[in-house]
Design a protein. Structure first.
Length: 429
């Protein structure tokens, strides 16, 4: 007789991963609930739909009181495997104000119960950014002043706007009415120590960079503290009218917060990687990094061996090697926006123009796209473009990139030339 573990996976449409789970010692519902989203790729769950199912299943199991006798789950209708459909999908872009710098991405929200088109979701990541005090988010909660330790707390939330998701299905994949599922999801979200959903349409993340030598030698103080994987506190020294000193604590909630010890790989896995998978299902995605000068945008996005662009390209070529994607070819374009003008970095800095086509899509007229068939080729093209970018010196960065750079990877159908694309923006001021 099949075990409860096997039956549960079967009901959730994840039975084909049972051997993978078992190979990693995950052979019970209890052990399944210990999986984090970072582990999904490790155990071989890579398609967005399956990752979403697994996430929902684990959330469902976490709400169960008795895992030896879980509530029976409705079997979700079998979804056709996402193909490279090239149907036009809404573009996903991300943005947010940074205390040091940010990144953004987009993912599909696949409804398992209807024939609706999968709805694109957006996500964003931030790097080491200092959040401007007059920035968009308004304080969600203002705590009363604590007279004892002279600390005032103000909370801000950067949670994505769920309304962006478009029409909601009446039932979710487990047959739970959406209103109840949403309540459960909100309860989950209220606990900021839990991981955020990689499937959100827009994700805003922050990466904190360590103090650099110049800041250390000037005895500057680190005012940003990472509380947990979703919460960052900025301590702002202030003085009252009676000259009493106090600290105002601004607490920000993001989809992901990366502390100084996070490396580019950690950031990539939790931000850009889901986008790579998404474009192979026909979607269009944008990963957007921004922050003030010296905050670490170039370090995160453009590092020649370890940047998010390079990591994404490596994964794109790995996927292109699969037989199911042999009908696709990758092309790259690389341009910058400098002083409101567009320049093609792969074509002698030729001036480009942004135009709108008949379907209101922005098209970069004249942009040269180069076919690339290996990671090495893409690196060569990338290095060539990087060398001709506009740079300068700012007070905070002696090698400052003074422009908004866009590295674009387009997958085209070899015959029809229809395309999907992923864009990486590095944008600072
Ligand atoms: N997370 C980090 N860990 C270690 N060093 C970092 C980190 N982030 C940035 N740095 C270092 O800080 C310096 C400035 O970073 P970077 O050039 O990436 O900033 P930027 O945001 O691109 O600035 P600009 O807008 O002026 O081009 C670099 O020397 C970089 O190596």
């Amino acid at each position: 007789m099949a075990s409860i573990f096997a039956n549960t996976l079967l009901a959730a449409g994840l039975d084909h991963y049972r051997d993978n789970f078992t190979a990693f010692g995950i052979d019970s519902l209890q052990s399944l609930t210990l999986l984090t989203m970072q582990d999904y790729g490790v155990v071989g769950v890579s398609s967005m739909e399956d990752r979403k199912r697994l996430f929902q299943l684990i959330q469902h199991l976490k709400n169960e009181t008795d895992l030896s006798n879980p509530t029976p789950l409705l079997i979700p209708p079998q979804q056709p495997k996402p193909q490279m459909s090239f149907l036009p999908k809404p573009a996903a872009t991300v943005s947010a104000p940074l205390a040091q710098s940010k990144i953004t991405t987009s993912l599909p929200n696949v409804s398992a119960t209807t024939n609706e088109e999968p709805v694109l979701q957006k996500a964003s990541i931030q790097r080491n950014v200092t959040i401007p005090r007059n920035s968009t988010p308004t304080p969600a909660v203002e705590d009363s002043e604590d007279e004892e330790n002279e600390t005032v707390k103000v909370k801000y939330s950067f949670s994505p706007n769920r309304n962006l998701k478009g029409p909601q299905p009446l039932l979710n994949v487990y047959g739970v009415p959406t209103s109840i599922a949403n309540q459960q999801q909100q309860q989950t979200r209220s606990n900021t120590s839990r991981v955020a959903d990689l499937n959100d349409r827009i994700r805003v993340c922050v990466r904190k960079r360590p103090l650099n030598k110049k800041e250390l030698s000037a005895s500057q103080v680190d005012v940003a503290t990472v509380l947990d994987r979703r919460t960052l506190v900025v301590n702002e020294p202030k003085v009252k009218v009676d000259l009493t000193k106090y600290v105002e604590q601004h607490e920000f909630t993001f989809d992901e917060v990366f502390d100084c010890d996070a490396n580019n790989d950690d950031v990539y896995r939790r931000s850009a990687y889901p986008l790579v998978e998404y474009i192979f299902s026909g979607g269009k995605a944008t990963c957007f990094a921004y922050g003030q000068t010296g905050s670490g945008k170039t370090h995160t996005m453009l590092d020649e061996t370890n940047g998010l662009y390079v990591k994404a390209c490596r994964d794109i070529f790995k996927l292109l090697e699969r037989p199911e994607y042999e009908h696709l070819t990758a092309y790259v374009g690389f341009y910058e926006i400098y002083q409101s003008q567009l320049y093609d970095l792969l074509n002698g800095r030729k001036r480009l123009h942004a135009r709108e086509d008949g379907k209101n899509n922005v098209v970069i007229a004249g942009l040269q796209e180069y076919e690339v068939n290996s990671v090495q080729k893409i690196m060569d093209v990338f290095n060539h473009g990087s060398n001709v970018r506009s740079t300068g010196v700012t007070g905070a960065n002696s090698d400052s990139s003074r422009s908004h750079a866009i590295f674009q990877v387009v997958l085209k159908h070899k015959k029809s030339k229809k395309k999907v694309q992923v864009e990486f923006h590095r944008f600072g001021w």
